[in-house]
Design a binder for this molecule. Structure first.
Ligand SMILES: [Zn+2]
Length: 95
């Protein structure tokens, strides 16, 4: 419950912020940490995180670098961007 209302609040406040809070913590703490080893960012949806199937992640990172359980793991936004980039390059190599 608290999760959703938090995201809504952040949206409604656009235009009101003056940039003085534009630091790392602008979104507050998340609930889901990124599953990539060594990454300490949040993978919550409100933080731009995504959940990706383990198999797909294993194409980009070593399995040893994936921390988490289950078929899908949550990754943060920067990691997702990296993932997407790697995947794209992968696809463009078909010939
Ligand atoms: Zn990450």
């Amino acid at each position: 419950m608290g999760f959703k209302s938090k995201a809504r609040k952040a949206r409604g406040e656009s235009g009101k912020s003056e940039g003085q809070k534009r630091r790392r913590k602008e979104l507050g703490d998340g609930e889901k940490p990124c599953c990539i080893k060594g990454c300490d960012k949040w993978a919550d949806k409100s933080h731009g995180g995504r959940s990706i199937a383990f198999d797909n992640l294993a194409d980009v990172w070593d399995e040893d670098d994936l921390v988490g359980e289950g078929r899908r793991l949550a990754i943060c936004k920067p990691c997702y961007r990296h993932y997407k980039k790697e995947k794209k390059e992968d696809e463009s190599q078909t010939w």
